[in-house]
Design a protein around this ligand. Sequence first.
Ligand SMILES: NC(=O)c1ccc[n+]([C@@H]2O[C@H](COP(=O)([O-])OP(=O)(O)OC[C@H]3O[C@@H](n4cnc5c(N)ncnc54)[C@H](OP(=O)(O)O)[C@@H]3O)[C@@H](O)[C@H]2O)c1
Length: 286
Amino acid sequence: MTAARTVLITGAGGQVGREAVDRFRAADWQVVAHDRSSLDVTRRGDVLEAVAAARPDAVLNLAAWNAVDQAETDEEAAFAVNAIAVRHLADASRRNAARFVHVSTDYVFDGTKDSPYGEWDRTNPQSAYGRSKEAGEQEVGPDQAIVRTSWVCGAHGSNLVKTVLRLAAASDQTLAFVTDQIGCPTMAADLAATLVTLVDDEHVGTFHVTNGGPVSWYEFVREILEAAGYPPERVRPIATAELDPPRPAPRPANSVLDGLALRLSGLPALRHHREALDELVAELQP
Ligand SMILES: NC(=O)c1ccc[n+]([C@@H]2O[C@H](COP(=O)([O-])OP(=O)(O)OC[C@H]3O[C@@H](n4cnc5c(N)ncnc54)[C@H](OP(=O)(O)O)[C@@H]3O)[C@@H](O)[C@H]2O)c1
């Protein structure tokens, strides 16, 4: 019998982190799960110590500063978690001969391309958050892996699906969402399953991992309402320019990530987001 392999997961209290812990356990990995209270990834000494103590086969970084608007006025705080912490984790992984997988975002692109972004497209972030995540990617070595994803929703933490369900249940008010930002919603559980595959098979390099089916935020909110049995007309379409007040951080108009590297590696694409969304809504609204 072979000994169980060990993965150390940072940010294990987050929405992807919690799904990843479950998925790795289900795949017979031994999981050393660190949320922010047990490991602050910005503290280099603590990171080196935690990885050395766990002696993991792999390290998966799901800790992040995701406050996109707040990052505009506190860019250094975003860089602390999204950039320098990645340096510490990549270094600690190397020292302990552990594979390292880091999760990044569509915000590294400027969103002006008129077709989906591939892994080899040039990054050009437009926000402080995007710059901090791009800097984090630069800390990941060629023998390590980056997984970019977008529009993450899941059963844990806060996300758009939960917000829309809460607002729809609380009142009949009409919601307003934009039609001029498009992306691929990604269910945290599906992303976590692909993270297990990538770690299991010891892949290196950059991968785009999202559910299929690009939509605008407006279309996605219609789908959420529909899946939960509300009239989809309870959301009306607006343009980003109509947002009042405007949001401090610019969002990419095109956030659609193409999973070219998955395809070329012979790995399965994730299913359409609608099927995964229906399952999530059923779970949240039993
Ligand atoms: N959410 C999205 O739509 C989205 C889209 C594209 C890419 N991503 C990427 O996907 C990854 C997972 O994101 P997520 O959606 O799971 O976000 P999340 O739910 O916000 O989880 C991130 C976790 O990191 C923790 N964290 C923050 N600062 C930390 C620190 N200094 N040390 C240790 N942990 C710290 C947070 O703890 P606290 O809650 O205590 O702050 C939180 O539990 C991130 O790399 C993110 O950039 C997310």
